[in-house]
Ligand binder design. Structure first.
Ligand SMILES: Nc1nc2c(c(=O)[nH]1)N[C@@H](CN(C=O)c1ccc(C(=O)N[C@@H](CCC(=O)O)C(=O)O)cc1)CN2
Length: 302
C-alpha cells in the first residue's frame, strides 16, 4: 500500500484564503482590522524564521502585524511590562510569545501574563482548563491544524482509536483533548510507555510529537492507519559541493517505511508545520470576532 499524502501546505493555503475573506468583510462591514503581536526574545535561528513567516502571512491575509524583537538578556520584568502594554492595546487582538524563551525567563509566568482572550497560542492556564472541560477556548495552533486535517480526511473521528506519542503542553496534551472531544478513544504514550510498538499498532490515528528523528518505523503502524507527523528534526545530510555540512528536515516518523503501511500520512516538511501558522491567523481572527461580539467564522476553530 502507498499511503495518501495529506498536503498540509495546500490545506494551509485554503485556511489562509478563508481568513483573508473574513478579514476583508470585518474591515468593510465593521471597520475592524484584526491585529497580531509576536514577541521574540533572543536570536534562535529557527524562531527567527518562524516569526518572520508569521509576520509575512499576517500581512498577506490583511491583518495588522506587529513584531517585538527583544535582546536575549531581556529581564522578566521588561518582558512582562511589554505584555501588559499589549494586553491593554485595543488594536491588538492576538499576542504570541515565541517559544522557547531564553533559560532565565519563566515560560509559565510569561504565558500566564497574556490576557486569555488574546492568547492566540492557547497556552494560558485558563484556555488549557477551558479546552480540558470542553468549553469554548483558544486552541493551540499545531493540534488545531492536526485536527482540521484529520476531520477533512475522515469526516467523523467518532469511535476511532488514537495514539498521541508525546505529552508536551504545546502539542501532546491539547491534541489528546481535541481527539477526545471528537469522541476518539485516546492513549497518550511517552518515553516510559511499555511496549510502545504494540500500543501504536492498535491505533487508527497516530499523532507523533516526540521530537526524535524518524523514531516511528512503518512496522509499528496498523495497516491503513492515518499518521500525523508533528516532528520537525534537522538531521545531517552529507556535505555541500563547497564542503560545508548539509542538513535536511525529517519528522518523528520514518516516512518511507510508514508510507508502505499507512492509509494516509502527513509529510515533513509540508505537513503539520504550515498548518501551525495558518491556525495562528485563524485564532487571531476568532479572538477579534469574540472581543467585538461578532459571529465566529465557521470551520476555523473547534
Ligand atoms: N509560541 C509558540 N512557539 C512555538 C510554536 C507555537 O505554536 N507557538 N510552535 C513551534 C514553532 N512553529 C511556530 O512557532 C513552527 C514550526 C514549524 C513551521 C513550519 O512551517 N515548518 C515547515 C518547515 C520549515 C523549515 O524549513 O524549517 C514545515 O514543516 O513544512 C511553522 C511554525 C515552536 N515554537
Amino acid at each position: 500500500m502507498t499511503a495518501t499524502r495529506i498536503d498540509g501546505k495546500a490545506f494551509a493555503a485554503t485556511v489562509r484564503e478563508k481568513v483573508a475573506v473574513h478579514v476583508a468583510n470585518l474591515k468593510a462591514e465593521h471597520g475592524i482590522t484584526p491585529g497580531l503581536a509576536v514577541v521574540l526574545v533572543g536570536e534562535d535561528p529557527a524562531s527567527q524564521v518562524y516569526v518572520r513567516s508569521k509576520g509575512k502571512q499576517t500581512q498577506e491575509v490583511g491583518m495588522k502585524s506587529v513584531e517585538h524583537k527583544l535582546d536575549a538578556a531581556t529581564s522578566e520584568a521588561d518582558l512582562l511590562a511589554l505584555i501588559d502594554k499589549l494586553n491593554r492595546d485595543e488594536t491588538i487582538h492576538g499576542i504570541l510569545v515565541q517559544l522557547p524563551l531564553p533559560k532565565h525567563l519563566n515560560e509559565d509566568l510569561v504565558i500566564n501574563a497574556i490576557d486569555p482572550a488574546k492568547d492566540v497560542d492557547g497556552f494560558h492556564i485558563s484556555n488549557v482548563g477551558l479546552l480540558g472541560t470542553g468549553q469554548k477556548s483558544m486552541v493551540p495552533c499545531t493540534p488545531l491544524g492536526c485536527l482540521m486535517m484529520l476531520r477533512d480526511h475522515h469526516g467523523s473521528l467518532s469511535g476511532m482509536d488514537a495514539v498521541v506519542i508525546g505529552r508536551s503542553n504545546i502539542v501532546g496534551k491539547p491534541m489528546a483533548q481535541l481527539l477526545l472531544g471528537d469522541s476518539c478513544t485516546v492513549t497518550i504514550a511517552h518515553s516510559r510507555t511499555k511496549d510502545l510498538p504494540d500500543v501504536v499498532r492498535r491505533a487508527d490515528i497516530v499523532v507523533a510529537a516526540v521530537g526524535r528523528a524518524e523514531m516511528v518505523p512503518g512496522s509499528w503502524i496498523k495497516p491503513g492507519a492515518t499518521v500525523i507527523d508533528v516532528g520537525i528534526n534537522r538531521v545531517d545530510a552529507g556535505l555541500k559541493d563547497d564542503g560545508s555540512p548539509k542538513t535536511r528536515l525529517v519528522g518523528d516518523v520514518d516516512f518511507a517505511s510508514a508510507c508502505e503501511i499507512a492509509g494516509a500520512i502527513t509529510p515533513v516538511p509540508g505537513g503539520v508545520g504550515p498548518m501551525t501558522i495558518a491556525c495562528l491567523l485563524a485564532n487571531t481572527l476568532t479572538a477579534c470576532c469574540r472581543v467585538n461580539g461578532l459571529a465566529e467564522p465557521e470551520g476555523l476553530t473547534v
